[in-house]
Design a protein around this ligand. Structure first.
Ligand code: AGP
Length: 611
């Protein structure tokens, strides 16, 4: 949600910043801007994607070795040129990029307006740069002290980078609620919302923690606490992934690349963790906490969007294998409602980015109420990973496409291993454990079979590209798969889609079914098969256009459906992971045929760091 990048060094800052913005564009793409300090402080910003800004740069003189840049996901103020970042103070000497929300901006703005300051934009961010300016020029503080003082007055969240023409060898960055990473190169520094703009320049990074600020000068960098300026000594971490992992390679879209990566990522998630011969799993990040998790009176799983769908599958698995009650809550609900949490409760937060604001707030609440908090995150070093008591990384590698795919299957894989581990500790017999462990172990090759047989999915996409609605139905473990299939379709193709438990259809959605309504039905040959078959009959009787995802074509399914997507036969508890892949591909191909921007769907951002 907004991407910010800063460069401080001795090279031309412009190409480094523009390239950095392209890497961060998945975080927001309403407008983009850049400010560079050379002889002067020059700013260029425009509504639209980074490419719009990039095309303009050729016609403008921007040069310097210190600069900041921003790609925006609009919160306050429409996405136009004026509201784009960087924002300048009224003197034109100070430039700021901001990710987050300044909640008390109205009251600060009133005070500043009384002092005669005229605002250019409708944004909350401009208030902060004007406040820094007021303190800097009135109080005669050093620039970094002025920034620090201004941040004391701010309520809300921020990741900021600020530069000042009057102190051209200083760059200040600070975070509270919005992530920031410092990259340490050879005589040069990078600041960014995540490591993607940094990895091609240096692998040495420092992840800033909450309420920390970094001051860059010719002498190097200093990290301190915003509130008391106490110096903090931080560990330098090495970025693990390669540049390749954040590039599209030969794929037309990141989403397609990430769908195809699942033949490896699911296996990567289990590497060193799954113990097939013993029918169990080892999750190193949880091992010290297992006694407490096993004894939990209840588990909460909290997450948003796709991660919430993964959590629902986790609930089915953990309740079945480990007999512990599991409640799955949207983090945005959990954080505000009265939840029954005590020190025997375990709260599991699932997040690809590890930065989702609502999920972070849910963790904070869980901790305040004495619960043990567990993070299941993809991004290493992310806020959720660092703010939970313990956790498991999904190891799916960087996910750039806004529509989550490989992170989802990795999350469900982690939850499957957790169910297996907890189950074995709580009495699940070894034979059953081995069966599930084997099925998990075989997933990589089954994914490959699915990805090598996409003809039917493409054919279906070509036949349904002009419809306005889709219904997705599934039962049990596959109800969340229906929800996830519908979400994928909505997000990237803008076709309205709903996921329902198959048997619930007759309590309302059945009214929607006519000969124009495609209904995707997930129908594995498990204990739900006969029941799902009845639901299929009900759709068939109303002339719905039926698309089945199953592990075995049967006469009945062939007779009742228009299309069948067949996936390899597998253990029913791993079927949801495999079944979600054709649904990702269906959404992808429909979106491509409809001419949608698959990797940057309208109005969305990959990482939702505001409430
Ligand atoms: C997934 O396709 C979505 N873009 C979205 O629902 C996402 O899963 C949600 O915002 C949660 O993000 P997180 O996993 O990074 O916390």
């Amino acid at each position: 949600m907004c991407g910010i990048v800063g460069y401080y060094g001795n090279k031309d800052a412009v190409p480094i910043l523009i390239n950095g913005l392209k890497r961060l564009e998945y975080r927001g793409y309403d407008s983009a801007g850049i400010a560079v300090l050379g002889e002067d402080l020059n700013v260029l910003k425009r509504a639209g994607k980074v490419s719009v800004l990039e095309n303009l740069i050729d016609d403008h003189v921007l040069s310097g070795t210190v600069g900041i840049a921003h790609t925006r996901w609009a919160t306050h103020g429409e996405p136009n040129d004026t509201n784009a970042h960087p924002h300048l103070d009224h003197t034109g000497n100070i430039a700021l990029v901001h990710n987050g929300i300044i909640e008390n901006y109205q009251s600060i703005k009133k005070v500043l307006e009384k002092d005669g300051i005229q605002f250019q934009s409708e944004t909350d961010s401009e208030v902060l740069v004007q406040l820094i300016s007021k303190i800097y020029y009135q109080d005669g503080l050093a620039f970094h002290d002025a920034v620090q003082a201004a941040l004391q007055d701010v309520v809300g969240t921020f990741g900021i980078v600020v530069i000042c023409k009057d102190e051209p060898d200083v760059m200040v960055a600070a975070r509270l609620g919005s992530p920031l990473v410092l990259g340490i190169g050879d005589g040069e520094y990078f600041i960014a919302s995540d490591s993607s703009p940094i990895v091609e320049h240096t692998r040495s990074v420092v992840y800033l923690d909450e309420s920390e600020m970094v001051v860059l000068t010719n002498d190097g960098y200093t990290i301190s606490k915003i509130h008391d300026q106490q110096i903090v000594n931080k560990k330098i971490t090495t970025i693990e992934h390669d540049l390749e992992a954040i590039e599209k390679g030969n794929f037309p879209h990141f989403m397609l690349k990430e769908i195809y990566e699942q033949k490896n990522t699911i296996t990567d998630t289990m590497r060193g963790r799954l113990q097939v011969a013993d029918g169990t799993a080892f999750l190193g990040g949880l091992s010290d906490y297992m006694p407490r998790i096993e004894k939990a009176n209840r588990l909460y799983i909290t997450a948003c969007g796709t991660s919430w769908h993964a959590g629902l599958i986790g609930k089915y698995l953990i309740e079945e294998y480990a007999d512990i009650p599991v409640h799955v809550e949207y983090a945005s609900e959990f954080r505000y409602r009265h939840t029954i949490i005590d020190n025997e409760t375990v709260v599991i937060a699932i997040s690809q980015s590890g930065e989702t604001a609502d999920t972070l707030a849910a963790i904070k609440k869980a901790k305040e109420n004495g619960a043990l908090t567990v993070g299941i995150c993809n991004v290493v070093g992310s806020s959720i990973a660092r703010n939970t008591d313990c956790g498991v990384y999904t190891h799916a590698g960087p996910e750039i496409g806004v529509a989550s795919t490989k992170a989802f299957t990795a999350q469900v894989t982690v939850l499957s291993m957790l169910a297996l581990l907890l189950g074995r500790k709580k009495g699940l017999n070894k034979l059953q454990g081995i069966k599930l462990a084997k099925a998990l172990n075989d997933m990589g090759q089954n994914v490959e079979v699915i990805l090598n047989n996409t003809g039917m999915i493409e054919k279906i996409a070509s036949q349904f590209s002009d419809v306005d609605n889709f219904l997705y139905l599934g039962r049990g473990l596959n109800f969340p798969v229906a929800l996830e299939g519908a979400l994928k379709l909505k997000e990237i193709s803008y076709i309205h889609a709903e996921g329902y438990p198959a048997a619930e259809m007759k309590h309302g959605p059945i009214a929607l079914i006519d000969d124009n309504m495609p209904v995707v039905i997930i129908a594995p040959h498990d204990q739900t098969y006969e029941k799902v078959l009845s639901n299929i009959q009900e759709v068939h009787a109303r002339n719905g256009r039926i698309i089945i995802v199953t592990d075995k074509k049967s006469k009945d399914l062939t007779r009742l459906s228009d299309h069948i997507i067949e996936i390899p036969q597998c253990h029913p508890r791993v079927f949801p992971i495999l079944a979600s892949i054709p649904l990702q591909l269906l959404a992808y191909h429909l979106a491509v045929i409809r001419g949608c921007d698959v990797d940057m769907p309208r109005n969305l951002a990959k990482s939702v760091t505001v409430e």
